[in-house]
Design a binder for this molecule. Structure first.
Ligand SMILES: [Zn+2]
Length: 298
């Protein structure tokens, strides 16, 4: 692992309160804590207070009819912090504007962004998984939002996390970047793809590179460099550097508009914003971190 500062969404100050979640009496008492607070979401977007998540007194949300069950995120300096998801047509007088999560992630501190990632992933998961995938009955929140349980067939449902391999393919002093047609002009980034069932991280990495760029890599060289929760809606990005065995590129035109080798000197220019053709993803993105780590090794 590297010694660079933590990426957005990667650091949370909360104690997730594991031992309290199975204790109904303790959970009830926690709701009455005088310093209990909530972060508020509307249609997946958080309310901000300047450059921090808005903290709203939890007591004011208890009787809100315009919100789904609050989710306990954890303890912040001993006091509970909940995520409250307002119904899409809720009226919000007296509340500041709700900001989209990506912009919010770039504005708030890294500790706040960790809370944001947890809250948003849980809220989105609940919104899309209200019914039991085994029998179709409506599920109920249990353990203060850490899971949902079916009252009919008793199946337990846990929040979804989708692992994604994102990899910088390297060969000597060169690395491989690609771009998709839908991306902003000039933007290039590392190749990436979802890990499939029955696949190791290294094998997924090598397969994606073969599919998207026609390049063979040696899975035994795959090195996990960093990782990052990515709450859009529930990915876990696993950042790797892997060595190529071949260099000839055959792109998958369905996925990629272009794939190219770039020198380490060019990557230094991209990182300093002086490359005349290429912009990298913003600092919030793990792809940029991979390039920072590799460039520093030169
Ligand atoms: Zn069921």
């Amino acid at each position: 692992m590297n010694h660079l500062p933590p990426l957005a969404f990667c650091l949370s100050p909360l104690d997730r309160a594991d031992e309290i979640r199975r204790d109904a009496v303790a959970l009830k008492a926690l709701e009455k804590h005088t310093s209990a607070q909530a972060v508020l979401f509307l249609r997946g977007d958080p309310a901000l207070d300047g450059n921090a998540l808005l903290r709203w007194p939890y007591s004011k949300t208890v009787n809100m009819t315009q919100a789904a069950d609050p989710i306990l995120l954890g303890l912040e300096n001993g006091a509970p912090l909940y995520a409250v998801d307002l119904l899409p047509d809720a009226e919000t007088p007296g509340l500041p504007e709700f900001t989209d999560t990506r912009s919010a992630g770039m504005r708030v501190s890294v500790e706040e962004s960790g809370i944001l990632a947890q809250a948003r992933s849980l809220i989105e998961w609940r919104r899309k998984h209200r019914f039991c995938s085994n029998c179709g009955a409506e599920t109920q929140q249990t353990e203060a939002g850490r899971k949902r349980t079916c009252p009919d067939c008793e199946t337990e449902h846990f929040p979804r996390i989708d692992p994604v391999a994102i990899m910088l393919v390297v060969k000597d002093d060169w690395c491989l970047l690609g771009r998709q047609e839908s991306w902003p002009e000039r933007m290039w980034s590392a190749l990436a793809g979802f890990i499939e069932p029955g696949e190791t991280i290294a094998d997924a990495c090598a397969r994606e590179i073969r599919e998207e760029a026609g390049i063979q890599c040696d899975p035994s060289t795959a090195e996990i460099v960093c990782d990052q929760p990515w709450p859009f809606p529930s990915s876990l990005m696993i950042g790797l550097i892997i060595e190529a065995v071949t260099v000839g590129i055959t792109i998958d035109e369905y996925e990629m508009e272009a794939v190219r080798w770039f020198s380490r000197d060019e990557v230094q220019e991209m990182l300093s914003g002086t490359h005349n053709e290429v912009d990298l993803p913003p600092k919030i993105a793990i792809a940029r971190r991979l390039l920072e780590v590799w460039a520093a090794r030169g």
